[in-house]
Design a protein around this ligand. Structure first.
Ligand SMILES: Nc1c(NC[C@H](O)[C@H](O)[C@H](O)CO)[nH]c(=O)[nH]c1=O
Ligand SMILES: CC(=O)[C@@H](O)COP(=O)(O)O
Length: 221
């Protein structure tokens, strides 16, 4: 398992209903908005170490009452995803998509819970992501593209539009939209990030999509 995934697993949320009752917060959203099952704790929470530190560090006492909400990578079953992929620079976006699909599979997302939508270029990703988000059919949308610098300022326009398009799609639809669009100076940089020596950013994007989908579905719903 990658260190990225391992750190997610360590960060599984924990808090006790005792704290909930003690502090009576949030008054309007009781159990449902609260932590879900996990025996794994934030480091130091509810342990002898925490009690020891409580005595020494009054600020830690306050910190112990703070509730942490983190999406889980191990509760992906049943979550539905769309992947919006740009055909432009397909030699890069195809391996990014493959990396994403492999990662979804590895984290127990079923093939029938994933739809892949192709668009001409990264500029077109945002509008499609927003429509998919608003459809109510998906828990998260992963956006994949590769913008590679040319001779003119066209690169900046496409890269910035893709970023703001994906951001707007998430905000306007209320569904997490993940930015898996490479913005590279040359093809070598792009291929290195599509399964080459710098990893696969499509795979990383899938992990982010699972975490965000879980956060929304299991904690913020
Ligand atoms: N140059 C790149 C583009 N350009 C195409 C645009 O995304 C768009 O399809 C066109 O302007 C029509 O609206 N797309 C990329 O994904 N990557 C590029 O490097
Ligand atoms: C986005 C690009 O880099 C490319 O398609 C445009 O290249 P150019 O700036 O050389 O026209």
């Amino acid at each position: 398992m990658s260190s990225f995934a391992a750190s997610h697993l360590r960060l599984v949320s924990s808090a006790s209903s005792r704290l909930h009752h003690q502090h009576g917060f949030p008054p309007h959203r009781p159990a449902k908005f609260f932590f879900s099952s996990s025996s794994t704790s934030m480091p130091g929470f509810g342990t002898g170490v925490a009690l020891e530190r409580k005595k020494k560090l009054s600020s830690f006492v306050e910190a112990a009452a703070v509730r942490h909400f983190v999406g889980s990578l191990t509760r992906a079953e049943g979550l539905r995803f769309a992947v919006v992929v740009a055909r432009f620079n397909e030699i890069v976006t195809k391996p990014l998509l493959e990396g994403a699909l492999e990662t979804f599979k590895r984290y127990s997302v079923k093939e029938e819970d994933i739809d892949v939508v192709w668009v001409p270029g990264s500029f077109e990703i945002g509008i499609v992501a927003e429509k998919l988000g608003k459809s109510g059919n998906y828990h998260a949308i992963l956006c994949i593209g590769a913008v590679i610098r040319g001779d003119t300022t066209h690169y900046d326009a496409v890269a910035n539009s893709a970023a703001s398009g994906v951001l707007s799609a998430g905000i306007n639809s209320g569904v997490p939209c993940v930015f898996g669009v490479l913005t590279c100076d040359d093809m070598e940089q792009a291929l290195n990030r599509a399964g080459g020596k710098s990893g696969n950013k499509g795979s990383e994007g899938a992990l982010t999509a699972i975490e965000m989908a879980s956060l929304f579905q299991h904690h913020l719903n």
